[in-house]
Write a protein of this length. Structure first.
Length: 212
């Protein structure tokens, strides 16, 4: 419930250190208690996870899905089955969904989640892009519908998250992001811990935009 929010935030910061700024923005602007389940004993939140509704599509068919987010157990209560109970309960609550998606915080957790039937679809990676004056002109975009149109045109033949305008709004409510576009490409730049991250770039000219 909303009364648990501060305890849930405290546990988030313990399980995901270094994300306090995101945590504050997310729980003040986006978090929905209806999507959250916890293991609570004696007033202590020992484990938690969130079930965020998402739609995936391959261009031809849409799949009703949910994304397990912020799944964490307090270090003092790990290896006691709390997370197993939450994951299995989330399956019960979402029996009408086609898919369940999650992103592991560490690659070492892949085998743990595999016990529940999860299989690897892909991986996230970081790479360095060096600055270069490419001559490509771009503009900052404030209209989420324009960005979403570019996203859908580039992703139409791929299995991807079909975003709503509300999804885009939530992205920018939770981070210090700006989005820039040129033609049929765009990138999202985020300031995080005094560094600039390109957290998404889409389209044939996206890397050239980022370099510039």
């Amino acid at each position: 419930t909303n009364e648990d929010k501060n305890k849930i935030k405290d546990l988030y910061n313990i399980c995901f250190p270094g994300e306090s700024e995101f945590c504050d923005l997310y729980y003040e602007n986006v978090w929905d208690s209806n999507n959250t389940i916890i293991c609570d004993e004696d007033g202590i939140v020992k484990a938690m996870l969130q079930m965020l509704p998402v739609i995936f599509t391959n261009g031809n068919k849409s799949y009703s899905s949910y994304y397990i987010f912020a799944a964490g157990t307090h270090p003092d209560y790990r290896n006691k089955g709390f997370m197993k109970a939450l994951i299995e309960y989330s399956f019960e609550l979402n029996r009408d969904k086609d898919l369940c998606i999650l992103i592991t915080a560490e690659h070492s957790l892949k085998d743990y989640y595999g016990k529940f039937g999860f299989c690897e679809m892909g991986c996230l990676y970081e790479s360095k892009i060096y600055s270069f004056v490419s001559g490509v002109r771009y503009r900052q975009v404030f209209d989420y519908s324009d960005v979403n149109d570019i996203y859908e045109r580039n992703m139409k033949n791929c299995f991807h998250n079909k975003r709503s305008l509300k999804d885009w709004e939530n992205i920018f409510l939770c981070s210090k992001c700006n989005v820039y576009s040129s033609g049929d490409s765009y990138f999202v730049a985020e300031w995080y811990n005094d560094s600039l991250y390109i957290c998404e770039h889409i389209g044939d000219n996206a890397v050239a935009l980022v370099q510039q």
